[in-house]
Design a protein around this ligand. Structure first.
Ligand SMILES: [Zn+2]
Ligand SMILES: [Zn+2]
Length: 137
């Protein structure tokens, strides 16, 4: 799965390099905190994916954040320490630090991301199997 890089605008160069699944909250059934990196220009940032299947329609949101290098480093260190990144109920220090909710039960964006500039995560749909080169026929 690849996404458009917000810096060099390559449509398929932004990849998810780290991800940590978090507990559901008052709004979402799935929350995943991700670190993303561009294989073209070296940009690195974070992203938050949230999905909800409540009510009749499924909805999801995927937002990237331009995160300063020191804060990104801190988040990567946290995620790397987790023994079970796919387990929202994991009680490691990383999960404890990142599973924070307000009084209404809504998940709180990690402090490292609080003032970051958001960008849209645009999925690149083209299949990876071919370069759609049918010239040989
Ligand atoms: Zn890039
Ligand atoms: Zn954990």
């Amino acid at each position: 799965m690849s996404f458009q890089c917000p810096v060099c605008k390559q449509s398929n160069s932004l990849k998810i390099t780290h991800s940590l699944e978090l507990l559901p909250d008052s709004r979402s059934d799935e929350i995943t905190l991700q670190v993303v990196a561009c294989i073209e220009c070296g940009f690195e940032g974070t992203a938050v994916y949230e999905a909800s299947r409540r009510g009749h329609a499924e909805s999801w949101e995927h937002t990237g954040y331009k995160t300063p290098a020191d804060q990104l480093h801190e988040l990567k260190n946290l995620i790397n320490q987790c023994p079970a990144p796919q387990t929202p109920k994991c009680a490691c220090p990383a999960h404890q630090a990142l599973n924070q909710h307000n009084k209404g039960g809504r998940w709180l964006l990690p402090v490292q991301l609080a003032n970051n500039q958001p960008f849209p995560m645009i999925l690149h749909w083209q299949s990876v199997s071919g370069d759609h080169d049918d010239g040989a026929r």
